[in-house]
Design a protein around this ligand. Sequence first.
Ligand code: GLA
Length: 435
Amino acid sequence: MPSLFPLSPQAVALLVAASVVVLARGDNNGLGRKPMMGWSTWCTDGPCFQDVCTEDETYSVVAAMNSSGLQAAGWEWISYDDCWSADTRDANGNLQADPVRFPSGMPAMVDFIHSQGFKVQIYTSLGFSTCSRSGRPLPLPGSYGHYEQDAAWFASIGADGIKGDWCNTSAGGVTLDVQNSTDAMAAAINATGHPMWFNFHCSFNGSSGFAPWCAADGNSGRVDHDHQDYWNKTGYGTLQIIGDNGQTGALAGAQPGGGTWWPDLDFLMTGGQGCPDNSTAHCPGQSDEEYKTEFTFWALTRSILLFATDPRNLTAVMREALFNSELLAVNGADCALPGATHVATAPCASTLDCEIWSTAPYCDAYLYVAVGNFGDLPATMALDFSVLPGLGASTRAVVRDLWAHQDLGTFTGSFPIDGEIAPHGTRAFQLRPIA
Ligand code: GLA
C-alpha cells in the first residue's frame, strides 16, 4: 500500500522485529504485549469502595463471561480487588482469603478460574494495610515487610498478576517511598521465576510525566485518581481523567525501547448495573453517550481495560462497548505504542469544546482519532487533517467510523463529520491515508 510515511516495508519489518526483541527484555517477564482486558470485582454486588467479592460471585461471573461471549472477545482476566483477603495472615505468615467470602480458599479459586480458561490478578497493597477493607471492621494486611513472601505465595498459587496498590504507606514513624517499594516488589516478583503481570501506582496525572522506573518495574500502572462513575467530578470523573491524560503519547518515549508497560486510567464503568448507590461512588452514573466516550478514550490511550460492573447483567451500552471489536483492536494492536495525544481543541458549530485526540501512526500507517464533544450542546464540525500527526491539507484518506463499523468515504484535507456529535459524546475514526 502506498504510504505517506517515509518507511519502506522492509524498514517497517525491521522495526517490528527490533521491537519484539526489546519487548522481551523490557521487564523480564514476557508479559504485557498488549494491555490486559478483563473484569474487576470492584463495583459488582456492592458499591465501589465497599467491594464485595465471594466464591459464588466468581462462579457466576466466570460463567456469564463465557456464555455471553465476553471471554471470546478477549476479556480474559478476573481481577480480585480489595475484597478477598482475611484480616489476619495465616500461621505461616502468608496472606489468606476471607474464610466467609471464600470458604474454599484462594488456591482453589485460582485453579477454578484457570480451568475455565481465564487469568487471575489478585490485589495487595504495598503499604502497611489495604486501602478500603471493603466495609469490614479491621484493616486488611498490606505487603510491606513481606514483599518476597507475598510474591512467592502469589506465585505458588498460580496467580497471573498482582495489583500492587499504594495505600497506608506511613506508620510508626516510617514513611515508604513509592519507587523503592515498587522496585522491591518488582524484584521479589521476578525472583519467583513465575511470570506475573505487575500493575502498580506510577503517577497521579499523565500530563505531569512518567517516571522511568514505572516502565522498568512491571506491565501497567495507575496514572490518575480512582475513576468514579461520574461524567464530571473533580479528580474522578470521566471528563477529568480524560483531561489529565492528553499526553500519554509521551509514554512511548518513556519506555526503554518499549511497549510492555501500559497506562491504567482505572476501572471502566461502562454502563453497568448491579452496583448500589452510595454517596461517593455509584453506578450507573453516566449517560450512554458518556460511557461510550469513556470507552473510546480508554481504548485509544491503550489503557489496560478492566470493567468493574456486572457482566451477568449486560446493558445495551455495555454490549455495544465491550464487544466493539474495532476499538478493542486499536487497544490491543500489535506493533503500537502506548498512549494517545490530545492534538487540538476545535470549535464545533455550537460550542468551543470539541477535543481531538490521535494515536501516533500505527505500523499499518493508519491513524486512530477521537473527536469528543465535551460541551453541553450538540456539535457539528469538520475534522481538519492538518492537526493530525503526519497528515496535511493535501492528504487523501479513507475514513472509517469505529462505532458505526463502516467506511464513510475518501476525503482530502478534512472530513465533515456526518450528523451531530451528542453532548458529552465522542466519534471515533480510523484514517487510512492513500496516495
Ligand atoms: C485504591 C485504588 C482503587 C482500589 C481501592 C481498594 O483507592 O486506587 O483502585 O483498589 O484502593 O481499596
